[in-house]
Design a protein around this ligand. Sequence first.
Ligand SMILES: NC(=O)C1=CN([C@@H]2O[C@H](COP(=O)(O)OP(=O)(O)OC[C@H]3O[C@@H](n4cnc5c(N)ncnc54)[C@H](OP(=O)(O)O)[C@@H]3O)[C@@H](O)[C@H]2O)[C@@H](O)CC1
Ligand SMILES: [K+]
Length: 249
Amino acid sequence: MTIQALSAKDAASLDKDLMDVNVGGWSLDQLMELAGLSVSQAVWRMHPLSQGKRVLVVCGPGNNGGDGLVAARHLKHYGYEPTIYYPKEGKNELYQRLKTQLQNLSVPFTDDLTSGLSQSDLLIDAIFGFSFGGPLRDPFGSIISQIENAKIPVLSVDAPSSWDINSGPPSSGPGAKFMPQALISLTAPKPCVKYYQGRHFIGGRFLTTSIAEKYGLVCPDYQGIDQVVEVFKDGDGEFRYAPKEESKY
Ligand SMILES: NC(=O)C1=CN([C@@H]2O[C@H](COP(=O)(O)OP(=O)(O)OC[C@H]3O[C@@H](n4cnc5c(N)ncnc54)[C@H](OP(=O)(O)O)[C@@H]3O)[C@@H](O)[C@H]2O)[C@@H](O)CC1
Ligand SMILES: [K+]
């Protein structure tokens, strides 16, 4: 079955529908919890504990960063050793709450990206998601440059940060060479996945048939208790669901 992409505009509109009390009925905290949980499960699949426990979670100022904070908490419970790099903290109280939860678990926050990178086995890119637009503003240009040159694998949340959600990587400057090893698309892939090569998961198990139909999407084929499903690019460059497999959880 072909998987449809969701434009930046439709992703924002779908998000609004999900949180409309009379449509989806969800709160932001609930959606973010499921989004972050699915990010943590994608890590478990692509980078099991045996490949190294140290995970640097780079968080941006919006909800993409919030997904990263939630994922870090779950990873800590799974036995990973997350460290958070959060250069521009979101102002919403929700982010402060997530930060407190991490501090209560003794998850460290660092302001040194260079040493964070050299002391980690995996990086989670939770900097920007579907609301990213325009040229990178400080301090994110240099942060993206460091990440795209990192020697450790990267899992991007919802989109590779710095890529235009609809038109893909910038033609030059920071991000032009950025190709994370793995990507987890939340709800549905964004059009920029056309330019993406690497492992690709879909997560965010909150889509219902009626909302999916409104946006021309198909509900991902999650198995059992899984919060992620892996997809593959076929010969035509289309993403398709992998054949059904035994649940790993
Ligand atoms: N339904 C779903 O699937 C759900 C999805 N969820 C997640 O939410 C994500 C979308 O979150 P979002 O809307 O808060 O925006 P996001 O992408 O984090 O970035 C906004 C921040 O970036 C900044 N910024 C923008 N451009 C910039 C630039 N050029 N240079 C520098 N800064 C720039 C911008 O700054 P501002 O313009 O406000 O100054 C703002 O602070 C989505 O991708 C998914 O991960 C779940 O949590 C919930 C359910
Ligand atoms: K991202």
